[in-house]
Design a protein around this ligand. Structure first.
Ligand code: GLU
Length: 472
């Protein structure tokens, strides 16, 4: 493949075609899986101060093979139809890989959220939601948005409030959006979910001896070096959890204002506090500023985590990447021509549609919580605790041993919602990685993890269509 300027959707289609040839599905079915089912492009006016701004926005539902459709809403100046289509397609594949029973969707509003007051962002969000309601593009059984780049729990609460205003009395209305604040029918652990999932995925990938040996690495995350590009929600949780729970050394960080480096490791929690106070990562004690923020991508490290926007590793810089593993925490950070170069260099690329699926996985848990109208753990926590108490006291009586209070509490604790969410997420990331890896090892036409992830997704979606009787 030559060095070319890819449209984002085109690069997703290229990846798809490349993997489709390793499946046995008929051409018509593959075309149906690949196509975007519905694209809603809108323009609406919002009064900002004394002026009217005409806002350009989108919602794309890529695949209706399962409903509702699911995917975040992005607020960024880079939003355009091609980008939203690409992101919606990735959502379909992502959901299939992690067995989240939704079709893929994505929304985008072409604004720079930093240049609006909070009250104006609220007006824009409420108007956007109204447009979605008007066209039947939102609802707990239709299409369920969530946060993405430039949005968070605050925007999801505005969406919920707008939706329930119009749908007064709809019993499952709170399931119309996920990523809500915990006190507004959200779920504990959703905010950290994508970053935590990235860590679980990296940990799983690094647990296979043959794979690590091929990269010149030992197994395990302990002491391994990591560079993170983007300290937004995904990047910051990936970095802190990898550091605290995985013992990884974060040696480089890139953000909007520049990039910093410290071969001895950067304390990410302290760095986040420093950035909050000073508005920048530059000048963080013990770190060296790199000439350009893009230079962080080219640092020598074990794991590189692009966690910002798409198409940052291209045919132009792929040759200079020195990481052993790239974990695509962002959606679409590597273009197909770049991937070809990276694979030739022997770099392992853990694809976005698997590694960043933690967000939508926990969104699924939130949606289930909303439909059940009850938090996880409420029924069984005390019962489990009592059962463990009985077991522990039986063992103590039979053995004549004693336990400290701390040991006793540890052994008899019943699960809270956050424990169950993390456990479900960990299980999902481990099982899905193993499924993808098995395809890579067993299907002789599959040569890399992305292709394996696509094959996994295409086969699952394909089997849905076949069992619906739509395709023979
Ligand atoms: N925006 C996130 C993603 O790209 C989460 C989507 C969701 O939770 O629905 O996966």
């Amino acid at each position: 493949m030559s060095n070319k300027n890819y449209s984002f959707f085109q690069s997703v289609e290229d990846y798809f075609d490349n993997a489709a040839s390793a499946t046995k599905l008929p051409k018509g079915l593959l075309e149906q899986i690949k196509a975007c089912n519905a694209v809603y492009q809108m323009r609406f006016p919002v009064k900002i101060g004394k002026n009217y701004h005409v806002i350009e926005a989108y919602r794309v539902q890529h695949s209706h093979h399962r409903l509702p459709t699911k995917g975040g809403i992005r607020y960024a100046m880079s939003v355009n139809q091609d980008e939203v289509m690409a992101l919606a397609a990735l959502m379909s594949y992502k959901c299939a890989i992690v067995d989240v029973p939704f079709g893929g969707a994505k929304g985008g509003v072409k604004i720079d959220p930093r240049s609006y007051e909070e009250a104006d962002l609220q007006k824009i969000t409420r108007r956007y939601t109204t447009e979605l309601i008007r066209k039947n593009f939102i609802g707990p059984g239709i299409d369920v948005p969530a946060p993405d780049y430039g949005t968070g729990p605050r925007e999801m609460a505005w969406i919920l409030d707008t939706y329930t205003t119009f749908k007064n009395g709809e019993i499952d209305a709170v399931g119309c959006v996920t990523g809500k604040p915990v006190n507004q029918n959200g779920i504990n652990g959703r905010t950290e979910a994508t970053g935590r999932g990235v860590y679980y995925g990296i940990r799983e990938a690094m647990s296979f001896e043959d794979d690590m040996e091929a990269l010149g690495l030992t197994t395990g995350t302990q002491g391994k070096t990591m560079v993170v590009q983007g300290l937004g929600n995904v990047g910051s949780y990936t970095a802190t959890i990898s550091q605290k729970e995985g013992g990884m050394k974060i040696i480089g960080v890139a953000e909007y204002e520049g990039a910093i480096y410290n071969p001895d490791g950067i304390d990410v929690e302290k760095l986040l506090r420093f950035r909050k106070k000073t508005g920048s990562i530059i000048g963080f004690p013990g770190t060296k500023k790199l000439a350009k923020r893009e230079d962080a991508l080219e640092l020598e490290c074990d794991v590189l985590v692009p966690a910002a926007l798409e198409q940052v590793i291209t045919g132009a810089n792929a040759n200079r990447i020195k990481a052993k593993i790239i974990a695509e925490a962002a959606n679409g950070p590597v273009t197909p021509d770049a991937e070809e170069i990276l694979l030739k260099k022997g770099i392992m690329v853990i694809p976005d549609m698997y590694i960043n699926a933690g967000g939508v996985t926990v969104s699924y848990f939130e949606w289930l919580k909303n439909l059940s109208h009850m938090r996880f753990g409420r029924l069984e926590k005390r019962f489990d605790q009592q059962t463990y108490e009985n077991l522990v006291s039986l063992v103590l009586r039979l053995t004549g041993k004693t336990l400290s209070q701390k040991e006793h509490n540890f052994l008899t604790r019943g699960a809270d919602e956050i424990d169950l969410v993390r456990s479900g997420l960990e299980e999902t990331m481990i099982t899905s990685y193993r499924a993808i890896r098995t395809i890579l090892k067993k299907n002789r036409k599959v040569t890399n993890l992305r292709q394996a992830a696509f094959v996994c997704a295409i086969e699952k979606i394909g089997s849905d269509y076949i069992s619906l009787g739509i395709f023979p």
